[in-house]
Write a protein that binds this ligand. Structure first.
Ligand code: B12
Length: 287
């Protein structure tokens, strides 16, 4: 796949219908397509997302997409993604992620391996002085843009009716993990609200009391004011206890077990696969 526009075969795979069906939908005007110079149809992720949303077309929720295991390593290479992100090539980065997803990688796999490793490499290059802050900003913007396109075509599970609020801790500007957590929850059928990074815990507590979610997911790369965060978190926990809401924490900021003692939670997520598993089990318990 050479751009975010998908071929007939790719759309058929994504929607789990035959190529003939995709062509018929295109001829009937149900699915907007354009043609290449060579006369081949190309479909935008937007038109597929619209079809899925408006007509409910797509794989039945919970039906796993077929996987092509032998091609898995190459289609999700973090090295290639790093190149695309550093070049600021949002379209190609989106195409790369969508293609890997269609080849059978779960979102959690893509987030934990491909995207995390690519962003770690960007961080390493910045740390060594091999790229500038501007290069790093460009790569971060590109990954967000690519993720938005991936999100538009990702197949969500059946709605669970469960509500979650995600945010990053006050003082922490690293927002990608919060966004990835939101996408995982969405894919698991949760109604997820993302407050973004740098969210004061006292303010989160007030929103939790008002919106009564079943899950709160807090990310921290680092914790700027540990004592303040600890006491505000304790207040938040009083509210979540009353609501019987679960709290998941994730990120390097919570990795140290002595820090985690200050932030008692229902689950410390090492990665997005862990989050995925936890919220699936939680939804089952509530069902
Ligand atoms: C992009 C970036 C920024 C951007 C963020 C922009 C944005 N809109 O998000 C900006 C420019 C703001 C930035 C600023 C800074 N950054 Co910065 N940044 C990064 C970079 C390159 C990528 C971060 C990222 O998105 N990673 C991808 C995520 C998914 O990976 P991860 O956090 O490791 O997460 C894994 C797990 O921990 C887990 N996880 C993490 N969080 C969560 C949450 C949940 C809910 C779950 C389920 C899982 C989970 O999932 C992943 C594994 O699957 C990293 C490099 C790196 N190693 O990450 C540096 C890095 C984190 N930054 C660093 C530094 C030093 C800074 C600054 C202090 C620089 C400065 N002097 O100003 C500031 C701090 C600002 C602040 N107050 O927060 C250092 C941190 C070093 C350290 N020892 O902590 C790093 C590691 C770079 C480096 N190699 O030195 N940064």
């Amino acid at each position: 796949m050479s751009s975010a526009n998908l071929t007939t075969k790719e759309v058929a795979r994504l929607l789990q219908v035959s190529e003939a069906t995709v062509k018929r939908w295109a001829d009937d005007g149900l699915l907007h397509s354009s043609k290449t110079a060579g006369g081949h149809r190309r479909f935008s992720t937007h038109s597929i997302a619209t079809l899925r949303r408006e007509k409910g077309i797509g794989p039945a929720p919970g039906v796993p997409r077929p996987q092509k295991r032998n091609r898995v390593a190459t289609v999700s290479s973090p090295v290639r993604l790093t190149e695309l992100l550093l070049a600021g090539d949002e379209k190609e980065a989106a195409a790369f992620l969508i293609h890997a997803y269609m080849e059978g990688h779960s979102l959690a796999e893509l987030f934990d391996k491909t995207i995390t490793e690519a962003m770690h490499e960007v961080g390493e290059l910045w740390f060594r002085g091999a790229i500038t802050v501007a290069d790093e900003h460009l790569a971060t913007r590109a990954v967000f843009s690519a993720l938005q396109k991936l999100r538009s075509i990702a197949v969500p599970a059946e709605p669970t009716g469960m509500k979650a609020i995600c945010c990053g801790i006050e003082g922490d500007l690293h927002e990608l993990p919060v966004h990835l957590a939101e996408m995982i929850l969405e894919a698991e059928g949760w109604d997820a609200r993302n407050l973004g990074p740098n969210t004061p815990l006292f303010s989160l507590r007030e929103m939790v009391a008002r919106q009564r979610p079943q899950l709160i997911c807090i990310s921290a790369r680092s914790i700027a004011d540990l004592d303040r965060a600890t006491s505000e978190y304790a207040q938040l926990r009083k509210v979540t206890a009353k609501l019987s809401a679960s709290v998941v924490i994730g990120g390097e900021g919570f990795r140290d077990p002595t820090i985690r003692q200050r932030f008692p939670s229902d689950f410390y997520a090492e990665d997005f696969a862990g989050l995925s598993k936890f919220v699936r089990a939680l939804a089952k318990r509530h069902a």
